[in-house]
Design a protein around this ligand. Structure first.
Ligand code: PAF
Length: 298
């Protein structure tokens, strides 16, 4: 990794940020948990449009995993991540330890209410509290002008925007479009855990989004009818178990009215069983699409 500075201490990153800011340079931060794929690299490319210096954090945040097995099984390959970050032209990588971000005796949490009650917030208690707490720490450490997140985590983007606005962070939050495999599967660090059969069946998510989008394009507005189409696609995959399928307001995440009136977010979470007994654990995938009059919001 020629010339890629790797910073591990908050104080050192803050000092760098102060120097960049004093020199009039804009900083963009791309927070990640590593296991980088083309989706993360697209966030770096997006960040480059907004800043002179692109920084990436790599930290598998323990506090956002509500299932300890999920945390233990999270893919980690830091050497590969650093090589990819360098190749992509990242200017600084922040790789703190857990002790650095959560010093002994830490008692402070950042918790956004309301927006976190539904969707992934309802099925993963405590998840968003972990996300907002760590993102707040990363923003305070890197002092960026802009932070870039993936739109695949639609609710995460909404929650972080709320936190940044409520706490006056003065950081612009940019959401970059979801990057997909050629067959439509949204890129995710968890995809590596799918066996060949589950990988095939994971296409049920994008088929469900396509079916709902096609129905809306034909003029269907009945929320229950649209969600039934979505469920039918997921049910057609024997390894898939639907966690949730919801149509909601893209800004408030409140449930959409029984007859859709404007743009609606269709959000899905599905768990896949292992292909064969004893072959790994369950894999939870999420995906979403904004349906209706304003698809460019996606
Ligand atoms: O989206 C992620 O990878 C994580 O939730 C984030 C934003 C890096 C916080 O740990």
């Amino acid at each position: 990794m020629p010339n890629l500075p790797i910073v591990t201490r908050v104080r050192e990153l803050q000092a760098r940020a102060d120097r960049e800011r004093a020199a009039g340079r804009r900083i963009a931060l791309v927070p990640t948990m590593g296991a980088l794929h083309a989706g993360h690299l697209s966030l770096v490319a997006e960040a480059r449009k907004h800043a002179d210096s692109v920084w990436m954090s790599i930290f598998v945040n323990p506090t956002q995993f509500n299932d300890p097995k999920d945390f233990e099984g999270y893919p980690v390959d830091t050497a590969r991540d650093l090589a990819l970050a360098a190749e992509q032209g990242v200017d600084v990588v922040f790789c703190p330890t857990a002790e650095e971000l959560y010093p002994e005796g830490a008692q402070t949490w950042v918790d956004v209410q309301g927006l976190t009650d539904c969707l992934c917030g309802a099925s993963r208690p405590g998840h968003f509290r972990g996300v907002t707490t760590v993102v707040a720490k990363l923003l305070l450490a890197a002092r960026p002008h802009v932070a870039v997140f993936g739109q695949k985590d639609f609710q995460q983007c909404a929650v972080i925007r709320r936190m940044v606005s409520d706490l006056g962070f003065g950081v612009e939050i940019v959401a970059a479009p979801t990057v997909r495999e050629p067959d439509g599967l949204a890129l995710s660090s968890r995809n590596v855990h799918l066996g060949p059969e589950a990988r095939l069946q994971a296409l049920s998510l994008v088929r469900a989004l396509d079916a709902a989008e096609a129905a809306v394009a034909r003029g269907e507005t009945d929320r229950a009818g649209l969600l039934a189409k979505v469920r039918a696609e997921i049910d057609s995959a024997p390894l898939a178990a639907l966690d949730y399928a919801e149509l909601c307001d893209p800004d408030t995440l409140e449930p959409a009215p029984p007859q859709l009136a404007g743009a609606s977010l269709l959000a899905l979470a599905v768990e896949f069983s292992p292909d064969a007994p004893g072959r790994g654990g369950r894999v939870r995938l999420i995906d979403n699409r904004v349906l209706g009059p304003n698809p460019s919001a996606q």
